[in-house]
Write a protein that binds this ligand. Sequence first.
Ligand SMILES: Nc1ncnc2c1ncn2[C@@H]1O[C@H](COP(=O)(O)OP(=O)(O)O)[C@@H](O)[C@H]1O
Ligand SMILES: [Mg+2]
Length: 271
Amino acid sequence: MNAIEISDLKYTYADGTMALKGISLDVTKGARVVLLGPNGAGKSTLLLHLNGINLPQQGSVRIFGRKVDKETENEVRREVGLVFQDPDDQVFSTSVWDDVAFGPLNMGLSRHEIEHRVADALNTVGMWDLREKAPHHLSFGQKKRVAIAGVLAMDPEIIVLDEPTAYLDPGGQQVLMEILEDFHNRGKTLVVATHDMDMAAEWADSVVIIKDGTTLAQGGTELLGDISLIREANLKLPTVSQVFSHFSRFKDRSLPKTVAEAVSILEEYIK
Ligand SMILES: Nc1ncnc2c1ncn2[C@@H]1O[C@H](COP(=O)(O)OP(=O)(O)O)[C@@H](O)[C@H]1O
Ligand SMILES: [Mg+2]
């Protein structure tokens, strides 16, 4: 069974902006999907449909076969954890600890289990020492860490992150990659919107590119080295691909995208 099935999804905001113009997408359980596209493409609007914050106006979204609608949105929210693009939309309690405990509290878990999960999540994102602090006094990157901890504490089956690396320092990005790796190893399904092409290349097994509310391309990471597609999507090549794009002998084939691919090509020449 697919973890996520999106069929001909359309969404128009109250001011008339048609943000999604018919998106269809299937995500298999355990996949690592990266969602790419320029600003305003509709990435956040799409992700907000995955846990019922936006409900489909036309088309449908199914999570493990269950249609997302007014009746199912609470169950869906246990299965899909969403880290918003802007942590100020997510982090609102009077202390960091309370904020991370909010989801587990609503799940009706025991006090002991909640304390355990919150401590675990805060330690994982490196925010335990700041657990008493008011979230609105934190830096943007720290708030993002708290928002990620909130989702960790819920332990959902599907984790959706909207531009998670933006504003994280290199240490925070490294921690995030470890969290994603751990989720993946535990069989979770991951969907990440990002502009970080290097992260996309190293991490994803499936790539979705959207622009102007429609799907431009869908496939494996070979899409990331497709010069004309990347240009059309206002994206840039991964750093490794940029380097190889300067050499004419690589122009006619899919460019290497990851450090490992570059090393294996260079080994041929440096022998
Ligand atoms: N609350 C809103 N009201 C009206 N228009 C919106 C709202 N949120 C987003 N939009 C518009 O919808 C389109 C898609 O936005 P968004 O999903 O945020 O794109 P992305 O995340 O890819 O940058 C943009 O044109 C944006 O201006
Ligand atoms: Mg966005």
